[in-house]
Design a protein around this ligand. Structure first.
Ligand SMILES: *Cc1c(COP(=O)(O)O)cnc(C)c1O
Length: 400
């Protein structure tokens, strides 16, 4: 932006950050954060503390406490487990993709015993498999069921209400712990109505903030489990957090300027209306898929009922490397697309369509993909952008 020590030529315009998080931060949020750092134990902060602690509940759709950590999403993942579990506890984890896999690895490092339900990384959570496993667990050894709501590695948004129903149908007492780090603020989420015990989220995806804060929404049942759980914890402990939060404060220094941004983000989501926000993301997902289908490329996820409104993962044709393609996009059009992670590295690129994106941003992003398919010599049919534009025009909101 300012100094250019490397003498690289200036690139005009805004970088297109079309990865599935971090998502572009709107100017309103950047400006809201440009505030002097304040005393986090003083009365001005207290108002901000109450504002964000109350406000964030409306985004999780909960009346229960939401804890805000100065950490990336991974910290809140860890917090969800160390507050509720004891050494050696068995947790049932559904591997929808790379993020679900990473969460399992984290659980192992904490001394838990994850049992994995494998998948082909091309579908969402099959709740029937969870029900079957829980029914067989007659001794109730499984202490928690862990699922990722929006699997950011593949673009599958699972039905959390069905997972709840499966646990209830099995009559099993396990906690339901859900990662919606990349779903919250883009795909509808109902912590209370879906009976989730711990919901994990982060700042830099649907909430349109820079990275650096993350969340645990907790149920009464999760708090009761926490009272008995014996994994060691200090920084992540809920109890002190909730006690301090009652007065609008935190037990240690919160990420004060990110909280200014969070207050603004919550306002912006409600000004647009949460249902409108979710509908916008659904339209953008559908427009993107129409473009991909017209290009003749394959969408990674094979079950349309779990197509993600947050991102679309696209398979490269045989013999073409997705990262080489992403490089062409970046060098020619200054746009970042998401890389393929682990099992699908080099095979998949991901188009993020989450956060502060409008129709023209999306059309711009899809244009960059279509032009680059040509430049990179990837076999495809033209007209994907046209198909996306037609759909966006047909479904354009006429209400302005
Ligand atoms: C981004 C993401 C994470 C990891 O969050 P960090 O902020 O990078 O620590 C975990 N789970 C999902 C589903 C994600 O999208």
């Amino acid at each position: 932006m300012s100094s250019n020590a490397s003498n690289e030529p200036r690139i005009a315009g805004r970088h297109f950050l079309q990865i599935p998080g971090p998502s572009p931060v709107p100017d309103r949020i950047l400006q809201a954060m440009a505030m002097p750092v304040l005393d986090h134990r003083g009365p001005t902060f207290q108002k901000l503390g109450h504002r964000v602690l109350d406000g964030i509940k409306t985004i999780f759709k909960t009346e229960q406490p939401v804890i805000i950590y100065p950490a990336s999403g991974t910290g809140a993942w860890e917090a969800s487990l160390i507050n509720t579990m004891s050494p050696g506890d068995k947790v049932l984890m559904y591997e929808t993709g790379h993020f679900a896999f990473l969460w399992q690895e984290l659980a192992k490092k904490l001394g838990l015993v994850p049992e994995t339900i494998e998948s082909d990384w091309r579908h969402g959570v099959d709740a029937a498999k969870i029900e079957e496993r829980l029914r067989a667990d007659t001794d109730h050894e499984i202490k928690a069921v862990c699922v990722v709501h929006n699997e950011t590695a593949t673009g599958a948004t699972s039905h959390i209400d069905k997972v709840r129903a499966a646990i209830d149908a099995a009559g099993h007492p396990a906690l339901l712990i859900v990662d919606t780090i990349s779903g919250l603020g883009s795909a509808d989420y109902k912590h209370d109505e879906w009976g989730v015990d711990v919901t994990i989220s982060g700042s830099q995806k649907g909430l349109m903030l820079p990275p650096g804060i993350s969340f645990n929404a907790v149920s009464d049942k999760a708090l009761a489990a926490a009272a008995k759980a014996t994994l060691p914890k200090s920084f992540w402990g809920w109890e002190e957090m909730i006690a301090n939060n009652k007065n609008g404060f935190f037990p240690y220094t919160p990420a004060t300027n990110l909280l200014y941004g969070l207050a603004e983000a919550i306002d912006m989501l409600h000004e647009e209306g949460l249902d409108n926000v979710f509908a916008r993301h659904q339209r953008h997902g559908e427009a993107t898929r129409r473009a991909v289908n017209t290009w003749g490329l394959e969408i990674l996820v094979q079950d349309p009922s779990v197509y993600s409104p947050v991102l679309t993962a696209v398979l490269m044709p045989e013999g073409h490397n997705a990262d080489a393609f992403r490089d062409v996009v970046l060098k020619n059009f200054d746009m970042s697309l998401g890389t393929g992670l682990s099992k699908v590295a080099g095979k998949v690129f991901r188009i993020g369509h989450l956060g502060d994106i409008n129709d023209l941003t999306l059309v711009g992003a899809l244009s960059g993909v279509e032009m680059s398919l040509g430049l990179a010599g990837v076999p495809h049919s033209k007209g994907g952008v046209q198909a996306a534009m037609e759909y966006l025009a047909e479904t354009a909101p006429q209400t302005r």
